[in-house]
Design a protein around this ligand. Structure first.
Ligand SMILES: C[S@@+](CC[C@H](N)C(=O)[O-])C[C@H]1O[C@@H](n2cnc3c(N)ncnc32)[C@H](O)[C@@H]1O
Length: 216
């Protein structure tokens, strides 16, 4: 098993699967206007970071969220884009290389969000979208909380159970966590700053919300 050193068999399955379908994922989420929706969200809700901030994109996939952060943040920061899937990381690396943004702000790591290669309380912001759906929610949020400094932030874009997310669940083999569990588990480590519903015309809103939370 390719990911045996970093993940259990169940976790590794997600990495191997994305090695095969990274292109399909990238295309689906480009076509549904995900990047544009993220741009609008960040324009209205600036990320709570300052120059030099240490940021992790946990489960970065093909880099769509990392790219949106690079477009939104106007000063140098240090972003680690981490994923289990090496194919996805390569796609993210290429996309960022060919983007007009500050490529040197981003480093890549192959790893498991359930055992992050960072010391306790070492990051200012963790963003994650579509990855916690592949792991036990309480374990995933605990590990993300571990690496965030007190007062630092988590931006989480959880899938919410809708018809659209049901289609995505089948296509991308994940399971949305019940919204009540998402809120409850988030509040075990964080104070929720806002819980944003994307406007109805944006396709991202058919399956996702955005939760910004501050570590207490
Ligand atoms: C639905 S994609 C989301 C990609 C990206 N965050 C985005 O917003 O476009 C889910 C990603 O999570 C990754 N993933 C799943 N389980 C993971 C884990 N335990 N650790 C790290 N990455 C994981 C998959 O390899 C895949 O690239």
């Amino acid at each position: 098993m390719e990911y045996a050193l970093t993940a259990t068999k169940t976790e590794a399955r997600a990495g191997s699967y994305y090695d095969r379908i990274a292109r399909l994922y990238d295309l689906t989420f480009k076509l549904n206007g995900y990047g544009r929706s993220l741009d609008q969200y960040f324009a209205n809700h600036p990320l709570p970071v300052s120059r030099g901030a240490k940021i992790l994109d946990a489960g970065c996939g093909t880099g769509l969220l990392t790219l949106a952060m690079l477009r939104a943040i106007r000063y140098p920061v240090s972003i680690t884009a981490l994923d289990l899937s090496s194919t996805s990381i390569e796609a993210a690396r290429k996309a960022i290389y060919f983007s007009p943004g500050r490529k040197r702000d981003v480093t890549f790591a192959q790893g498991n969000l359930l055992s992050l290669p960072f010391p306790d309380e070492s990051l200012d912001l963790v963003v994650t979208s579509g990855a916690l759906e592949y792991v036990p929610l309480a374990d995933g949020l605990s590990e993300l909380a571990r690496v965030i400094v007190p007062g630092g932030h988590l931006l989480h874009l959880p899938c919410r159970p809708t018809l659209a997310s049901r289609v995505l669940e089948i296509l991308f083999r994940f399971k949305s966590h019940p919204p009540r569990e998402v809120i409850g588990n988030t509040e075990r480590h964080f104070r929720i700053v806002h819980h944003y519903r994307f406007p109805a015309p944006q396709a991202i809103g058919w399956s996702k919300t955005a939760i910004l939370a501050q570590k207490v």
